[in-house]
Structures are given as C-alpha cells and as structure tokens.
Ligand binder design. Sequence first.
Ligand SMILES: *[C@@H]1O[C@H](CO)[C@@H](O)[C@H](O)[C@H]1NC(C)=O
Ligand SMILES: *[C@@H]1O[C@H](CO)[C@@H](O)[C@H](O)[C@H]1NC(C)=O
Ligand SMILES: *[C@@H]1O[C@H](CO)[C@@H](O)[C@H](O)[C@H]1NC(C)=O
Ligand SMILES: *[C@@H]1O[C@H](CO)[C@@H](O)[C@H](O)[C@H]1NC(C)=O
Ligand SMILES: *[C@@H]1O[C@H](CO)[C@@H](O)[C@H](O)[C@H]1NC(C)=O
Ligand SMILES: *[C@@H]1O[C@H](CO)[C@@H](O)[C@H](O)[C@H]1NC(C)=O
Ligand SMILES: *[C@@H]1O[C@H](CO)[C@@H](O)[C@H](O)[C@H]1NC(C)=O
Ligand SMILES: *[C@@H]1O[C@H](CO)[C@@H](O)[C@H](O)[C@H]1NC(C)=O
Length: 316
Amino acid sequence: MSPPVTFCLFVSLLLPASAVAEECPVQQENDQNTPPLFARGGKPLARDIRTMVVHNDLKDRCIVNTSQIVTNLTRVNQAENTVIYLICVFPTPIVIRPDLDPEFVPEREVYMLQIIGCSFDKSSIFAITSLAEFKTFVFIGSLIKGGFTTLRDFRSESLKSVFSFLHVNIGSSNESIWTLFDERDAFENMGEISITNSHWLDLPENISSIFPNLQTLDLPNNGLQVPHSNFPWTQELLYLPNNLTRTGFMHHNYAESESLSIPNDIFRRSMDMRENNITDLSMFEFHGLIHMISLRNNSLRSLGKNTFSNISGIQT
Ligand SMILES: *[C@@H]1O[C@H](CO)[C@@H](O)[C@H](O)[C@H]1NC(C)=O
Ligand SMILES: *[C@@H]1O[C@H](CO)[C@@H](O)[C@H](O)[C@H]1NC(C)=O
Ligand SMILES: *[C@@H]1O[C@H](CO)[C@@H](O)[C@H](O)[C@H]1NC(C)=O
Ligand SMILES: *[C@@H]1O[C@H](CO)[C@@H](O)[C@H](O)[C@H]1NC(C)=O
Ligand SMILES: *[C@@H]1O[C@H](CO)[C@@H](O)[C@H](O)[C@H]1NC(C)=O
Ligand SMILES: *[C@@H]1O[C@H](CO)[C@@H](O)[C@H](O)[C@H]1NC(C)=O
Ligand SMILES: *[C@@H]1O[C@H](CO)[C@@H](O)[C@H](O)[C@H]1NC(C)=O
Ligand SMILES: *[C@@H]1O[C@H](CO)[C@@H](O)[C@H](O)[C@H]1NC(C)=O
C-alpha cells in the first residue's frame, strides 16, 4: 500500500470510533460542612455540599448519566439544604443523559445547583434540572445548540421551581440563554436573574409575562446601550419561599456587604448594568421601587433631569 491510501484508511477507521461518546468519569469530592444559608422559624437549615467533578477531556465529547450526579445522595446526612456542584475539567461539550431508571432523590427543603466550566445543550441542562426542585441555579459555562442528544427532550418545566438564576458566559455559547425559558410559560417563582458576558443579549420581548414577579435584573458586561425600559414591572415584593429567611452569614453576603438595608426574608430589587455601553440616558427614566442601580464602567455622558426622579427605595 502506498502511504496516502494507508492514511485514508487510518482516518476512516478512526472516525466512527471517536464519534461514539464514552461515559465521562465523574468523581465525588469530599463534602464539607459550611455555615447554613437559610433558616426557618429561627432554626438554621443544615447545609451539605456535594461536588461532582466531570473528568472530560479536551477532544472528545463524553456522556454523563444523571445517576452519576446523584449517586450516594441518599447516603448523605439529612441536611435540609443540599448544594450540588457540577464542575467540568474542560469546556469540551458533554452530554447529560437522563437515566431511564433514576435513583431516588431524597426530598430537601432547599436544593441548589451550581454548574461550573461546562458546556452543553438545553436537553442536557433539563436532564440535570429535572433531578430535583432546584431553588437556585448558577450556570457558569456555555450553552450550545443541540443536535447530539438523541434521548427524549425535557421542557423548561423543571426550571419553574427556580427563584434565582445566574449565568456567566465563559465559553463559546452559540445558543441564547433565554431559550432555557419557554416563552409560552410563566415562571412565577423567579425573583432574580443575573446574566453576565453574553455577547448578544436580546431580552425576550415579553420578558415581563415570562417572569411576572422578577425583582432583580442584573445584566453586567453585555454590551447594552440602554437599560430595560420596563423593569421593574411589578411593585410587589417577593418573599423567600416556604417562610425561609437568610441566616446572618448569608444576609451579610447578600445585602449588608452591598450596603443594602432590607429584611432578610425578601429578594433585593436591583438593576446592575456595570460594564456595559450605556452612554446616553438623557431621555431615559428609571421608575418604581428599586434598592440598587449600578451604572459603573459605562462611558456615561448625559443624564436627563428626570432620569432618577421617579424611583423609590434606592440605597446605593
Ligand atoms: C459513593 O460512596 C462510596 C462509599 O462511600 C464510595 O466508595 C464511592 O466512590 C462513591 N461514589 C462516587 C461516585 O463518588
Ligand atoms: C446510568 O447509570 C446507572 C448506574 O451506574 C446504570 O444502572 C444505568 O443503566 C445507566 N443508564 C444509562 C442510560 O446509561
Ligand atoms: C455550537 O457550538 C458547538 C460547540 O462549539 C458546535 O459543536 C456546534 O456545531 C455549534 N453549532 C452551531 C449551529 O454553530
Ligand atoms: C410571549 O410571546 C410569545 C410569542 O409572541 C407567545 O407565544 C407567548 O405566549 C408569550 N408568553 C407569555 C407568557 O405571554
Ligand atoms: C458601544 O456603542 C457604540 C455606538 O453607540 C459602538 O460604536 C461601539 O462599538 C459599542 N462598543 C461596544 C464595546 O459594544
Ligand atoms: C408560613 O408562616 C405562616 C405564619 O407563621 C403560616 O401560616 C404558613 O403556613 C407558613 N407557610 C409555610 C409554607 O410553612
Ligand atoms: C412613575 O413610575 C410609575 C410606575 O412605577 C408610572 O406609573 C408613572 O407614570 C411614572 N411617573 C412619571 C411622572 O413618569
Ligand atoms: C472599569 O474598567 C477598567 C478598564 O476596563 C477596569 O480596569 C476596572 O477594573 C473596571 N472597574 C470596575 C468597577 O469594574
């Protein structure tokens, strides 16, 4: 055989093999006991943290079976506030595949989900968020268009329990983060949304019907030229679910460190638009009850005389 033919043969043998995704190794790191974040009736909820590290590699897409994420969860102590961290070693896209025969996930007062460094499509996100009724969802990573998930698709139903959603785009997203929230639905629990570094942040047209009770819309570093003109669309305060309050530790991080004086059982109302491209607010008027507005690091040149005249509750 001449060398070019050998080469072609080699490539054609390799391709099918590398297209078959392997299961990613997932390793659980030691739980640590950390200060409680929430309390009820003055009694702090014990917190446990599970850190699941996905040891994917730089080149090949691998598969995580949802059972790998919740394995051993039943054996953890009875902490009422469970935080699941899913950390990817590389930003190579991974596929999360629902286990058709899922392990029983125990009930908890507050489940929190934090995904760091991972890249996947919507179906994979829904496969994870369907595992429990997560109250907070932090996603630091990238959302890519699907096309490689063959198993059944989940809808954004699983995000209806979420009160706080935070996304920082750190990779090569090519799917809008808003597609996680079906625009035919209303996410009534959603109190806080924070989205950072999304290059093409097109807010949904009817964002106020999708998130009717939204208190915070933080959009730092998104290249915005104007703040959202309709926010805040509700003047009603939103309380933490199930009569929860923030503990002193949590409240300090959430409110006091930002010099906000608010009760420990409500969501803060804020519009953080730092590091955008807002230069001209001469025709813009903020309105309504709002605790915090940040316009730091915008080359702001002009303000109108009514820009800040129709707001109440402002503290910083
Ligand atoms: C589950 O717990 C067992 C026993 O503590 C441990 O050996 C195993 O590695 C754990 N599984 C994972 C995926 O961490
Ligand atoms: C997922 O993992 C569990 C436990 O390791 C296994 O029993 C199940 O068959 C796997 N499901 C799929 C779809 O691979
Ligand atoms: C989106 O990005 C992923 C990962 O980089 C890539 O595999 C996929 O082809 C991209 N899809 C589109 C439509 O650009
Ligand atoms: C938002 O707009 C879309 C498209 O116009 C529509 O289908 C959907 O019903 C609207 N959603 C809400 C909650 O009003
Ligand atoms: C900021 O906006 C101006 C137009 O108002 C545009 O020319 C410029 O490219 C924008 N810069 C960024 C970083 O988006
Ligand atoms: C919250 O507290 C009120 C009064 O203390 C009580 O009536 C209500 O049932 C509690 N709600 C929940 C979900 O525990
Ligand atoms: C002030 O804001 C409220 C909504 O919060 C709006 O109804 C009212 O028209 C605004 N008033 C002025 C003078 O813009
Ligand atoms: C503002 O931008 C400058 C330069 O881009 C940067 O050095 C500084 O840290 C930024 N400040 C804040 C508060 O983000």
